[in-house]
Write a protein of this length. Sequence first.
Length: 103
Amino acid sequence: MPSRYRRAADQAVMLYRFFENKEGMNYAPVFTALLGSIDEVAKGFLVRRLQPELPVTVEEQKAWFAPYLGGVDSLAKTQRERKSEDYYRKLAQNLKRTLVTAI
């Protein structure tokens, strides 16, 4: 395990040990110590898995990150389901930000 991840894990364990015998404690700080490491590992995983599939030209990338979603709303029955097209567009924007800036 890289040292930065080990330090985060050690910090989480120390916080847990501090809180474990106290009554009514909120354990959120224990997990907060791990969030940066988890985010970094997840981003690395996405980049390794998807970057080889990423088109080279800007126009191909635009098409790749903006798939046709027209059928998503037509199948929606509830207000929540109708928001799914917007959800997928935002998800594609976040993925593009992650993959294109990692090049």
